[in-house]
Design a protein around this ligand. Structure first.
Ligand code: FES
Length: 125
């Protein structure tokens, strides 16, 4: 079961080798998430319109290995953008993937860029 987690590794902008086009801005609901597929990965993408920002992370919640994070509520905690898993409400930073409750759980996050109305997520594989 843990093996499925291994394919998710945080990518920083400096390490992007492939900006993958996941659609147009209008394809993504404002202030909530959507799920896209990249190779074997499910990626949650958030159009955080309230903040004028976009975020992407693994869709897999590492707590009970559920593919649900794209359905989570987004918000912020002390100025850090976060998603709350819809299952048991664990909160993860969308900036560095840390569990905001201090638990030893983390999620992979990916950079997002917008160009000419298109949404791209950065991967290194
Ligand atoms: S499955 Fe996400 S918090 Fe439990």
């Amino acid at each position: 079961m843990q093996d499925i987690l291994k394919q998710y590794e945080t990518v920083t902008e400096a390490h992007v080798t492939n900006w993958f086009n996941v659609g147009q801005i209008a394809d993504f609901p404002e202030n909530s998430g959507a799920c896209v597929k990249y190779k074997t990965k499910q990626i949650a993408v958030y159009n955080f319109a309230r903040e004028g920002k976009w975020y992407a992370c693994q869709n897999l919640c590492p707590h009970k290995m559920e593919m649900v994070l794209s359905l989570g509520m987004i918000g912020d905690k002390d100025g850090v953008a976060k998603v709350a898993c819809p299952m048991h409400k664990k909160n993860f930073s969308l900036e560095d993937g840390k569990n905001l409750g201090g638990e030893d759980l983390k999620i992979a996050v990916y950079p997002v860029k917008i160009e000419s109305g298109n949404v791209y997520i950065g991967f290194s594989d």
